[in-house]
Design a protein around this ligand. Sequence first.
Ligand SMILES: NC(=O)c1ccc[n+]([C@@H]2O[C@H](COP(=O)([O-])OP(=O)(O)OC[C@H]3O[C@@H](n4cnc5c(N)ncnc54)[C@H](OP(=O)(O)O)[C@@H]3O)[C@@H](O)[C@H]2O)c1
Length: 288
Amino acid sequence: MNTKSTRFNICFYGAGSMAEAIVRGLIERQIASPDQISMMNRTNAGRLQELTERYGVRTGNRPEDKEAFLREADIIVLAMKPKDAIDALQSASQLIDRQLIISVIAGLSISTMRKAIGQSVAIARTMPNTSSTIGLGATGISFSKAVNVEQKSSALSMFQAIGIVHEVDEAQLDMVTGVSGSGPAYVYYFMEQMIAAGIEGGLSEEAAKQLTVQTVVGAAQMVVHTGEEPAQLRRKVTSPNGTTQAALETLDQLHFPEAVRKAVKRAAERAGEMGQAISDSLDTGAKG
Ligand SMILES: NC(=O)c1ccc[n+]([C@@H]2O[C@H](COP(=O)([O-])OP(=O)(O)OC[C@H]3O[C@@H](n4cnc5c(N)ncnc54)[C@H](OP(=O)(O)O)[C@@H]3O)[C@@H](O)[C@H]2O)c1
């Protein structure tokens, strides 16, 4: 894994859970030191105090802090909710020129960001997932043409610090959202049903939960450690006329494969719709 440290100053514009996950990874993996990192939010001073105590990073939310952090930054990580992104970009546009903007915001396209800033800047658009908070994230990333080699390498190192990262074309980021962005929730849903069935079948809640969790961890680790395809591992554990075959046939009768594929595609489609809504809100704002 590439854990190349960066010489860049990094400003987190938004100091919520995703920003904290990245900061934790950067510091633990020594990609950046606390004095290279600043974090800001809108109003929550208690949250900023907590982040300073926990990581030793600089924080602030007064206009002068914001201006200083953005001006001195080489990388600005946009980490607010999608509904707040356009305002945040427009209000900072005078302070953005040479910096690399890295967005973790679902649906916000590179062209919408460029329009909101009002000029062509270097932009990396990413789609991380919640497992990033424990260093096991899966991130898709794409870059605008203006991103240089050093900026690209720093951006990749940042997301490698919180899991794995795949560079994809921007058009594929919606499908990344469908697979890994929303993916943890599908797995949780599957686990919920396994636990419920175990309890209905007479297991204690604790036993049903522990057995399910370990099964999912173990199955994922089997794919990682053996390097075998999930389908190959599935066939290996399915004896003819055995219990697993009976379960898989039931899943097939209930159209499990189609349901999962449709769910992933629908999430991807929804990511596109959300991106369009953000872009429309910018156009409406510009006209109004
Ligand atoms: N959480 C995940 O696992 C995950 C996964 C993939 C993508 N994402 C993306 O990550 C983004 C952030 O998610 P999150 O869960 O970290 O959100 P969050 O916990 O709600 O944090 C949002 C942060 O943005 C700040 N903020 C909002 N508007 C601002 C402004 N104009 N200036 C400065 N700060 C501003 C908020 O400050 P105040 O609290 O002071 O208002 C808060 O610190 C979202 O767009 C989401 O799509 C998250």
